[in-house]
Design a protein around this ligand. Sequence first.
Ligand code: ADP
Length: 354
Amino acid sequence: MARESIYNSESGEPGGGFGYQDDRRLAPSEEDILLRPTRMDQMVGQRDVYERIRIAIEASRKRGETLGHILFDGPPGLGKTTFATCIPRELGTTLQIANGATLKAPKDILPYLTQAEKGSVIFIDEIHRMQKSVEEFIYPAMEDFRVDYTFGEGVNARTLNFALKPFTLIGATTRTGIISAPLRDRFQMREHLDFYSVEELTEIVLRNAEKLQTPISRTAAEEIAHRSRGTPRLANNRLRWVRDYADARADGKISPQVALDAMQMQGIDSLGLDSFDRKFLETICRVFAGGPVGVEAVAHTMNVAPDTLIDEVEPFLLRSELLIRTPRGRKVTEKGLEHLGFDPDRFDAPPTLF
Ligand code: ADP
């Protein structure tokens, strides 16, 4: 069964742990859980989305109705799961967590639907990876809180019609573009999460350093924020590495210099790119003369899954204009070439930076 976890939001404790079955995301550590906001008022940034969700929650509470279904989209690490785990706590209800990648047939989602309490939340992460048959199966569940489930095959097949208790479906996706229109339209709210500002990330780093009981200067927190690619998850990862470094090599305090030295040791550059991000840009430059080139060709050359590049590497590079998308494929911009230290006339020459 694809069930991952269920917990009662009153106790706030994830019963089965937030186990992700996607191999790109490892099971979170205790520190991950410590650093994740548990209530909406602990969330930083995304103010527009935050306000709209608050209004929807308040209205549903006042009317005693179930909150409408919500779809979150945006690059990884920006808070989709955080919203999905905070919302049921605000509602004082339970949460079940599923992952689209493991929902291969209607039977995989059925237990979540039948066990959903009135007004509770089912969160499907990576909802774009759900099989078509599951998607079609949940349409009547989302709309009318009913499902038609077929047992057996051929002449022995029997269809049962179940009534479900009203629930809220929260979906999260890194690829809103590949969600079918009928599925998208069944969400009453569709919210896009964008990259965070340096100020917002600084606030997150300062708060989390306090949770980790690590002394840090504001300037050091800003250094970390600057090099976190607009992403809270990366800000947290960088903070934890810098803290390890400070404990091992300094006196446990994070000064701006300690932060810089630690991040340099991990190959994190002035824009927050790590060696994998740079390898992607460098491959386009060296092997494909700067582009345009299809992302699949780059992925094959680098021996990685195209999805990893599309979901995890490209969004920030596009956003910071180091890379552009053209009808003929991806192309490194002049800013990208300059950042890497490539001479645009000589792609075979090694970059001068990093
Ligand atoms: P996604 O589901 O979009 O991949 P997550 O919700 O798992 O992202 O966020 C990754 C981590 O970043 C969280 O565990 C949390 O520590 C931190 N985080 C995300 N959004 C916020 C926020 N708005 N305020 C503070 N921390 C956040």
